[in-house]
Ligand binder design. Structure first.
Ligand code: XMP
Length: 512
């Protein structure tokens, strides 16, 4: 990350919310850098931080091997905000005491102000906050005072106005905490003196410089899937190093109607250097007749790597592999300390050992909506930026039962009709994912004077924020009727259309 004029350093002690703190700061146009808890004070100073935030974490500060920070960091003169574990660490390192595990507070709790506070000064006396801790500060360090308590009498916030040290036992970064954003704003603007001069467009310039510095004269290869993340990552790196980036687009024969051609056209319009590897016959040959979902995924994953590897080998001197990893992927993959994270879901697949490539992941700090906005800023076509998520194994996990070229074609046609009608009704853009599933179930129907015995198609459409949970989309009956009629009339091999009215949980978004 390049050094900015206004930086807030976030020291990550392992909380699942750390990236959310960074996101909240970005929303108020304050630049932040997330660093690991073991960073030295010397390294911290190199960022010339306006302020330091110590994140929450799963440890107890009283554990023998608990994570701790370089205590010198507290002597830099910078304002410090400790959140949850960060507050306990701040208290302990400043000479206070922390009690372990007497009272556990998880969930929404009301807190009450108990004294004057620089940090909470414009916040109501009593607010609901998200707590998630088993430890609490039992003895304040010298110079500190408690500024709020929970109904159970535990210390909810502390501060030492003289040194500008602040601690919050709750999480201001999550939306469940009332006035959380205002508290962070007060810290960044009122206490650290930031002015909010940073934005995503500015970040582009910084990250491009950073990519140039990292890659040097090297060559980069990237597996493009047609999806938002890999496309935006490629567009960004293309801006940084031009045609020293080579992309490989593998057509596995499991994409939607006309999708490979459309995607390739968009990439060419974007000026990307793309190798088109049509491996659809190879994939279909190996998938022919396979019914088990996990086996499908394994075959697709293995073949993808084989084809990608074959193509990448032809690119002389490529030592970097670009991945469109975004922050939710990092969480999903466990965010292990120091470990390179490969997308756990198949898209670019796992890295074959012998390739020994270095990973380039310029989007790994961003959330999906930020990646979409970034794509818009750097000129990625709207069709890609607003594309619905599409699983790496493609239609294979939507074609239930045995995979055959014929059944995939039936699914492709039905799916295209559903998409077309949703777009016609102006509903498509407001839906997280919408698609058809082909069932290996034949039912009796009647067409004209004849009896039919054909397969059924499911319409699946969901609203979601992050795919972790999803709500089935209530689509107008008129639109559903048009879709059903068109599919039965236009797609040979389907005589029944049904609607999936299950949310996630208990169902998943995909059927396999
Ligand atoms: P589920 O079906 O688990 O899906 O609710 C959650 C999100 O993940 C996508 N998905 C996949 N993406 N490889 C992928 O790249 C896969 O194997 C895979 N399975 C599900 C799904 O489309 C949804 O967006």
């Amino acid at each position: 990350m390049p050094v900015h004029n206004e930086n807030i350093i976030i020291i990550n002690c392992g909380s699942q919310f750390t990236q959310l703190i960074a996101r909240r700061l970005r929303e108020m146009k304050v630049h932040s850098v997330i660093v690991n808890w073991d960073i030295s004070c010397v390294e911290v100073k190199k960022y010339s931080p306006a302020g330091i935030i110590i994140s929450g974490g799963p440890d107890s500060v009283n554990d023998e091997d608990a994570i701790t920070i370089d205590p010198e960091i507290l002597n830099t003169g910078c304002p410090v905000l400790g959140i949850c574990y960060g507050m306990q660490l701040l208290a302990k390192l400043s000479g206070g005491r922390v009690n372990s595990g007497h009272v556990h507070e998880y969930g929404i709790t009301k807190i009450l102000r108990t004294g004057d506070s620089e940090l909470l000064k414009d916040i109501p006396e009593s607010i609901n906050v998200l707590m998630s801790h088993g430890d609490s500060v039992s003895e304040l360090p010298g110079g500190f005072c408690a500024t709020s308590r929970t109904a159970g009498g535990l210390t909810a916030s502390i501060e030492d106005g003289g040194r500008k040290f602040y601690g919050l036992q709750f999480h201001p970064e999550v939306i469940h905490t009332e006035h959380g954003q205002e508290i962070l704003r007060r810290f960044a603007f009122g206490i650290c003196g930031c002015s909010g001069d940073w934005d995503l467009a500015g970040w582009v310039e910084g990250i491009i410089e950073d990519i140039r510095r990292t890659v040097g004269n090297g060559r980069v290869v990237c597996g493009l899937s047609g999806g938002v993340d890999s496309s935006v990552a490629a567009a960004l790196v293309n801006r940084a190093i031009g045609d020293r980036l080579t992309c490989v687009f593998v057509n596995h024969g499991l994409m939607r109607l006309n999708e490979p051609e459309q995607v390739m056209r968009s990439y060419q319009d974007m000026g990307l250097n793309v190798i088109y590897a049509d491996a659809s016959e190879k994939f279909l040959r190996e998938l022919e007749g396979v019914t088990d979902p996990e086996q499908k995924r394994k075959i697709i994953g293995r073949l993808f790597i084989e084809v990608f590897d074959e193509e990448a080998k032809k690119i002389d001197g490529a030592e970097w592999l670009l991945q469109g990893t975004i922050y939710p992927d990092v969480i999903e993959s466990g965010n292990k300390k120091g470990a390179a994270v490969i997308k756990s879901h198949h898209n670019v697949g796992g890295l074959p050992e012998h390739m020994k490539m270095k990973l380039l992941e310029p989007l790994r700090d961003l959330f999906k909506d930020e990646v979409r906005r970034l794509g818009g800023i750097i000129g990625v076509p709207e069709a890609i930026v607003s594309r619905q998520p599409f699983p790496g194994p493609g239609l294979a996990v939507r074609c239930l039962g045995a995979i055959t070229k014929g059944r995939l074609d039936v699914l492709r046609q039905a799916d295209a009709i559903f998409t077309e009608e949703l777009k016609r009704a102006g509903l498509y853009a407001g839906i997280w994912q919408s698609f058809c599933v082909l069932l290996p179930v034949r039912t009796v129907g009647v067409m004209g004077d004849s009896r039919t015995y054909s397969e059924a198609v499911v319409l699946r459409a969901v609203h979601s924020q992050d795919a972790m949970t999803a709500e089935w989309a209530r689509i107008d009956y008129g639109v559903l009727d048009a879709v059903s009629k068109r599919i039965c009339n236009e797609v040979r091999g389907v005589n029944r259309v049904v609607l999936d009215v299950t949310s996630k949980p208990p169902a998943t978004i995909e059927w396999e």
